[in-house]
Structures are given as structure tokens and as C-alpha cells.
Design a protein around this ligand. Structure first.
Ligand SMILES: [Zn+2]
Ligand SMILES: [Zn+2]
Length: 145
């Protein structure tokens, strides 16, 4: 019996779900919502990855028809991975809208998206203004784009 190919992994999921395991015409796809990981890395890595990988493992071992999506087989894999078998998440996801973060340098204000704000505030990245060379300092968070 030929082994199934590795599932396709995509980071194009939008909306309320943080992850998705999908089977379409025999092809498995794991999809992840980048907004979930930007907003709460700790909550989704590795739990959301494992959640969807566990769906794939259940499918490969048992097929589709004999199991429920989050049934005992799926829960056993999560348990083996040392992760809670949670089905819902607490991260407020907004789909396509994203916050704007205002930063200031020596000369003007800059609008940054959530990814760069995350890198600065949580990962220690530094950005400097191309006009005055000052480091960007977080000023306030405002509207939705
Ligand atoms: Zn699931
Ligand atoms: Zn500047």
C-alpha cells in the first residue's frame, strides 16, 4: 500500500478558526490562521498545530467513517502529545481586519501592522525611521484597518 503524501500546509485561514484539517479529493490540507499566532503565540504553538496534525493521524490510521472528529482516537493522540484536547480557543479573531499600531520616531508617526508590532513588542525586534534614524517607539493602538 502506498503511503499517503505529507499534507499540504497553508497559512491562509481567515475568520474565527485558528486551524483546520481538510480532506478534498483525497488530498489532506492543514490550514492555519496567521492572526491567531500573531495574537497569542503561547496559546496556539504547539497546541493548534498538534490539534490539526492529530486529525491527520486519526484519518491515516482509521479513515473517515469510523471516528468522530474530536472523538476518543483524536483525544488519545493529543494526550500522547501531552496537550489538552481542547476544541475551542480564546483568542478574539477578527478575520481580515487588523489593528493599526502607531509608532513615533524623532520626526513623524508611523503606522505598523500587527505582525511588526508583535515582532517589536514580543520578540525584541527594533525598527528605525528611514528619515531620521531614530528607533520607533510605540505610541498608541487605534482603529481597525
Ligand atoms: Zn478539530
Ligand atoms: Zn523619523
Amino acid at each position: 500500500m502506498a503511503s499517503s503524501p505529507v499534507p499540504e500546509i497553508r497559512l491562509d485561514l481567515r475568520g474565527r478558526a485558528a486551524g483546520q484539517w481538510r480532506l478534498k479529493q483525497g488530498i489532506e490540507t492543514l490550514r492555519f490562521n496567521p492572526e491567531a499566532f500573531i495574537r497569542d503565540w503561547q496559546a496556539h504553538f504547539p497546541a493548534t498545530i498538534a490539534h490539526e496534525v492529530a486529525h491527520s493521524l486519526v484519518f491515516r490510521r482509521f479513515g473517515l467513517n469510523s471516528t468522530r472528529p474530536h472523538g476518543p482516537e483524536w483525544q488519545a493522540i493529543m494526550h500522547a502529545l501531552g496537550l489538552p484536547p481542547t476544541v475551542t480557543h480564546q483568542t478574539p479573531l477578527q478575520g481580515r481586519r487588523s489593528r493599526i499600531y502607531f509608532y513615533k520616531c524623532g520626526c513623524r508617526s508611523h503606522e505598523l501592522g500587527p505582525r511588526r508590532h508583535y515582532l517589536i513588542s514580543r520578540r525584541g525586534y527594533r525598527y528605525t525611521c528611514v528619515y531620521c534614524g531614530d528607533p520607533l517607539e510605540f505610541h498608541h493602538r487605534m482603529a481597525w484597518r
